[in-house]
Design a protein around this ligand. Structure first.
Ligand code: BDR
Ligand code: CA
Length: 324
């Protein structure tokens, strides 16, 4: 017997790789997407809402899209148009045919969806502002959510915005800090997992193009600006897809080949290391000489599952299946 689809909520700052992740979830028989909540990040909030609505329409899906936080908790918004294009989707003029406004906001939607679906899974593909605000509104959220996969951070390696930090955690480090200081059962999918052999090569791109489907063509076209920007940034050719990789690990947990649990902190005070994801890989916080420094985390949070390695052919196969 096929198991019932798991209930999922997606929080996203919908740009080009987010859109591909949405397609994967909306096409997957493993999950039922109950709500898509939008946060400002890669693009301003309204643009993110429009991009999500367009993607939902392209999938012929009927999932409500809710607008959330317009700015980070304590800082002005810094977008990533240099990477994803001004509209976040490579500036090809995509617009939803039926922009439907929801009456409640994303924060209320997260709380209501979790209350209505105990055991809900959440995946976050943008800054953690909405989730931090939802935790404030409903402190028992960690008891209602069985799993929260976070695309963000660069544990134990370099970031993509500063040497220390990855974009999603860097944009709103105060929100990220709050979320990592909660008892949510977090899983971290760092930026480094989307690099090197996980990048879509020219062969992978040709395979997707050969499908000649609306979803495949859109996924390649909307990532045109991101592909060029990724080469400029890293010198690596191809399309790097951090959010779809987080989605793949959510949909098929067996794609994770190495994961370990660690107390994790997010730096929010220093400008130099703003948004850095500090993973206590050697459990130094268990050492009494460091105990005071990590006391807040050990008292308030639970360890985060950090994904270190994944089945790369398996991830690409899942992606291609979703676009068929
Ligand atoms: C993250 O930032 C954005 O550019 C992507 O959508 C992804 O969520 C990668 O650092
Ligand atoms: Ca994103």
């Amino acid at each position: 017997m096929t198991p019932a689809p798991r209930k999922l909520l997606i929080d996203t700052d919908t740009a080009s790789d987010d859109a591909v992740a949405l397609i994967m979830a909306l096409r997957s028989p493993a999950v039922s997407v109950e709500a898509i909540t939008i946060v400002a990040g890669n693009v301003p909030l309204r643009q993110g809402v429009s991009n999500a609505l367009y993607t939902v329409e392209l999938c012929h899906a009927k999932v409500p899209v809710y607008a959330g936080a317009e700015v980070p908790l304590h800082r002005p918004l810094e977008v990533a148009d240099w990477f994803h294009g001004k509209d976040g989707l490579g500036d090809h003029g995509y617009r939803p045919a039926h922009p439907v406004e929801q009456k409640i906001d994303a924060i209320e939607a997260i709380v209501a969806t979790a209350r209505a679906n105990p055991g809900l899974e959440i995946v976050t593909l943008g800054p953690l502002t909405n989730l931090a605000l939802a935790l404030e509104r409903e402190p028992s959220l960690p008891e209602l959510v069985s799993r929260c996969v976070v695309m963000g951070g660069a544990p134990c390696c370099e970031g993509n915005v500063t040497p220390a930090a990855e974009f999603n955690l860097w944009v709103d480090p105060e929100a990220a800090r709050r979320v990592f200081l909660s008892k949510l059962k977090l899983e971290l999918v760092g930026w480094q997992l989307s690099r090197f052999d996980a990048v879509l090569s020219e062969n992978d791109i040709a395979e997707i193009a050969a499908l000649n489907t609306a979803l495949g063509n859109f996924s390649l076209e909307c990532n045109s600006t991101a592909k060029a920007a990724y080469f400029t940034q890293t010198g690596e050719h191809g399309i790097s897809l951090p959010d779809p990789i987080a989605m793949a690990l959510l949909l098929q947990p067996e794609l994770s080949l190495e994961a370990t649990d660690h107390y994790t902190q997010i730096e929010a005070r220093s400008e130099l290391t703003r948004g850095m994801s500090l993973v206590d890989r050697l459990n130094v916080s268990g050492d009494e000489r460091n105990a005071a420094m990590w006391a807040e985390t050990r008292e308030n949070a639970v360890p985060t599952k950090i994904h270190w390695a994944m089945d790369v052919p398996g991830w690409k196969q899942l992606l291609i299946e979703s676009l068929r």
